[in-house]
Design a protein around this ligand. Structure first.
Ligand code: ZN
Length: 69
């Protein structure tokens, strides 16, 4: 047997609990290459560009490769 609530919570109490559960807006911006909406700190879903490199899986390797290890 699990613990069961003794009394029904009121609509106001239920609403107060759910008032903190809302979704937050994603701070997106338009891609400078293709103009599609994209998420910050992630490669563009449309063209795969991030930080001057192309990370699109359809194309080959990234255009520029850094020599640092
Ligand atoms: Zn893009």
């Amino acid at each position: 047997m699990t613990a069961l609530p003794k009394k029904k919570h009121t609509r106001a109490r239920r609403g107060n609990k759910r008032s903190h559960k809302g979704l937050t807006k994603i701070n997106g911006f338009a891609c400078s290459i293709c103009g599609a909406p994209r998420i910050p700190h992630a490669a563009c879903k449309a063209c795969g560009e991030y930080n001057g490199k192309n990370f699109n899986s359809k194309s080959e390797e990234p255009v520029e490769e850094t020599s640092q290890s």
